[in-house]
Each structure stands twice: as structure tokens, then as C-alpha cells.
Design a protein. Structure first.
Length: 297
């Protein structure tokens, strides 16, 4: 399907994945048009990634927001499953952003792993909680998070880990293919199309539709990403606009302008509601069933 020609293989080699083996997955697209790997189960060696992360003596950050009812409903399972599967054997610092620090569940942490709780004021609308994350993350990256981690993954809380999620996902900037949209034709993808919005993409623009439930990268790259999105969100607000998919629309605009250095297959953020698909071998993170009526205010 989308196997990289052998001439591009050298470019696809990255420190965390070793030599990628796209020929083991001829059924899926394993390479973008800008020669970045799309990592699927079977295309990388997790042991090489582990060794490289240890050699670099990395601290890996994982940020998550748990505001309002999202805390009680999802945070414990998210953290407990992360302790089983996320960057096992590496130094990890979790950053939980919430307006209820005292309610954060006590989850037993493995060696070299710690949890920091950061206060964030509660917005009235769920859309504002979601959009406010970019500004808060930007500030955190300028503060302690940016000093103690070298790479950071930013995730939604309403999901849980089901399989190994290791340093093979790390790169300068990391984008996640959206489970519902990865096999759609480009013209159908739900980008913001209102030209007045800072998030807008013109017809013909947009590579893939990326899911804001998982994105990441180096601290420097994430500072640029969060600053770009926070600025776009502010500009839209000043014009009385709100992009179709809120912060996710701005994230998609950013990754159109600044191509990600690694793309994760939908196995890294899968929804069982999509149904069985032959190319999904090993889902590693699963969305919780969407119960918006219960959690959104
Ligand atoms: N979120 C909250 N509380 C809210 C709305 C959103 O904590 O009231 C955070 C959660 O981390 C959630 C993410 O997974 O923003 C994306 O929101 P949603 O699209 O799942 O509603």
C-alpha cells in the first residue's frame, strides 16, 4: 500500500525505532509524503527504543487534564493503566491538571516515576476546558515540566492503556492518526474550512486528520505547537469564532504548516466503536465510551 521505497529507508531510521521494517506491514501506509515514518505494530523494535531512551537518560512527561467530572470518572484508570504500560522502565513524570487537587487518586508509582498535580481554574463550558489546555501546557512547558522532561506526551484522560506504549513513539514532534478518519479520503476530513478562522485549511490542504487526544514531542517543539494553537484560539475568540473541533482544529493547522517528525498509527489511540479492522493488530490505548451527557457541563 504505502511502503517506503528503499531509498528512503535511511531517512526513516530514527534513534528510537532503529531501522524501521515497513515491508513487514505492506497492508498499511508506513511513510508520509515528507518521508516521516508512520509507526504500526510490527514496523519497529521496542527494545532498541528502550535502550536508546536509557542511553539518553531521558525523563518523559505525560500530561493529562482532569477537570470537573472527568477526574472521578477517568483519572484513576488512566494512571493505573499507564503504570502498567506507559514507558515502563523509563523515568516518567505525570502532570495532572485539575481544579480539585485533593481528589486526585493515589496511584502506586513504580521506581523512577512520579506524579505532579497542578491547579487549573475550572472553565464554565467544556469547550473552554478543552481549548484552555494549550495555554496551560505552554505555561507548564516554560516552567517545571519544561525543565524536568526532555520529551512530553499530552493526552486526553478519557482513555486507558492496553498495551506497551514505549519510547518508540518519541520524536521531535509526534502526531496521532484519528481512529475514525485515517481511512477517509482527504476531501472528507473534518478540517476547519471557515477562512476567517486561524485554524482554517483551504480545499486541497491537510495531510491527515490528527487526533488531539495524543500529541507530543520535544519540549522546544511543544512550546512552538502550544504557542501556535493558543494564539490561534485567542485570535478566533477575538473575532467571535470557534473552530469546528476547537483545539484539535488548531492542532491540525499546526501540523499542516509544521509537519510532524513521527506519525502514530491508530493503534496508539483506538476506539472499539470503530469496529474490527484487519490492519489494527495491537491497540495500545483505548478511548473510553463517550458519555458526554454524564461528564460534559
Ligand atoms: N476535559 C476535562 N474536563 C472537561 C472537558 C474536557 O478534563 O470538562 C479534558 C479531558 O482530559 C478530556 C479532554 O479527555 O479535555 C478532551 O475533552 P473531550 O473532547 O473528551 O470532551
Amino acid at each position: 500500500m504505502g511502503v517506503c521505497p528503499s531509498a528512503t529507508m535511511a531517512l526513516l531510521r530514527d534513534n528510537f525505532t532503529g531501522v524501521l521494517r515497513p515491508w513487514d506491514r505492506p497492508d498499511v501506509l508506513t511513510c508520509t509524503s515528507w518521508k516521516t515514518p508512520i509507526i504500526w505494530d510490527g514496523t519497529f523494535d521496542p527494545d532498541i527504543a528502550q535502550q536508546e531512551a536509557r542511553r539518553q537518560n531521558l525523563t518523559i512527561g505525560l500530561t493529562v487534564f482532569a477537570v470537573g467530572r472527568y477526574l472521578e470518572k477517568y483519572l484513576a484508570r488512566f494512571l493505573e493503566s499507564a503504570e502498567q504500560h506507559f514507558m515502563v522502565g523509563q523515568r516518567v513524570v505525570y502532570y495532572v491538571f485539575t481544579e480539585q487537587p485533593a481528589a486526585v487518586p493515589r496511584v502506586a508509582m513504580g521506581p523512577g516515576r512520579q506524579l505532579r498535580v497542578e491547579f487549573v481554574a475550572r472553565e464554565r463550558r467544556w469547550q473552554d476546558v478543552s481549548m484552555g489546555r494549550m495555554r496551560t501546557l505552554q505555561e507548564a512547558l516554560d516552567g517545571r515540566l519544561g525543565r524536568e522532561a526532555q520529551f512530553v506526551l499530552c493526552m486526553d484522560v478519557d482513555q486507558h492503556f492496553t498495551g506497551a506504549y514505549g519510547p518508540e513513539v518519541l520524536a521531535e514532534s509526534v502526531a496521532q492518526l484519528h481512529a475514525w478518519h485515517y481511512h477517509w479520503p482527504r476531501w472528507l476530513l473534518p478540517f476547519e474550512r471557515d477562512a476567517r478562522s486561524a485554524a482554517s485549511l483551504a480545499p486541497g490542504e491537510g495531510d491527515f486528520y490528527y487526533h488531539a487526544a495524543v500529541f507530543g514531542g520535544s519540549v522546544a517543539a511543544l512550546r512552538r505547537l502550544t504557542a501556535h494553537c493558543a494564539r490561534g484560539l485567542l485570535l478566533d475568540r477575538a473575532r467571535g469564532l470557534e473552530a469546528r473541533w476547537h483545539d484539535e482544529s488548531h492542532l491540525n493547522k499546526f501540523f499542516w504548516l509544521h509537519k510532524p517528525a513521527k506519525v502514530l498509527s491508530p493503534e496508539f489511540c483506538w476506539s472499539l466503536d470503530v469496529g474490527r479492522r484487519a490492519e489494527i493488530h495491537h491497540p495500545r490505548l483505548l478511548w473510553a465510551p463517550k458519555e458526554y451527557a454524564q461528564v460534559r457541563t
